[in-house]
Ligand binder design. Sequence first.
Ligand SMILES: C[S@@+](CC[C@H](N)C(=O)[O-])C[C@H]1O[C@@H](n2cnc3c(N)ncnc32)[C@H](O)[C@@H]1O
Length: 242
Amino acid sequence: MDNSYTHGGKEATAYEEHRKAYTGVVDFFLSHIKSNNFLDAGCGTGHDLLEIYRRSGFRGYGCDKSDDMLAKAKVKDCASELRIADLDKEFPFDRIFPCIYAHDLLHHLKRPQFFIANSNHHLTDGGVLLIGTETENDLRVKFTSVYFPGVLEVDLARYHSLVKIEKAAREAGFSKFETETLSDPVAMDEAIMNQVRTKSHSVLGFIDKKSFQEGIARLQDDFAAGKLAKMPWQYTLMTATK
Ligand SMILES: C[S@@+](CC[C@H](N)C(=O)[O-])C[C@H]1O[C@@H](n2cnc3c(N)ncnc32)[C@H](O)[C@@H]1O
């Protein structure tokens, strides 16, 4: 399927207002970051760069293919340098990093193997590529899959499997590969409801109007009835070491 999704002004505003840094994911990145010399690939509006700066004082490097996303990241003044780049086609920095991370980026890429190989070239020996993504199991339990008809099929078609990612990492020259799953039920709150209403979950931009309206109506009913106190949430973190 066509996994291109427009990350323009509307999406950047929705991300800025409703996306947040996920503590467990940032903890994982921070456990590998020792200086300003790290790259946030597909940094979006810079939520993770800002959280890392607040918690460690380190100003990393960031890149994204969307001008609108980068404009919002720049305002946060938390990075050493931010550059525009389509990671399916290019790598924006000449420098070598000990750590590159990609949080919710890979399913937007048509050629993840190209990005993974480029990352390998731009890592120090022993450096790490950290990937935050969702596996088939993670996607199956996700509330968007449960509430919105058609979402799971779209997501399964655009997310790259762990097997495919690991194969690409090995072919790119990474020697060690580890995965862990964060599993932490979340309570649905107004912030998450607003992410849904504004389609901050990009998959909601792929389903038809009727499926979206059907899903949001069921979700809002259950939310209003207090039925969404514990929604399953699973997320997979991978470390590929050069
Ligand atoms: C789901 S958002 C994640 C943003 C950020 N990593 C975060 O977790 O808040 C995906 C980001 O990837 C960017 N992106 C999508 N395709 C890209 C590409 N080919 N090259 C670079 N960035 C891309 C989008 O513009 C968007 O900002």
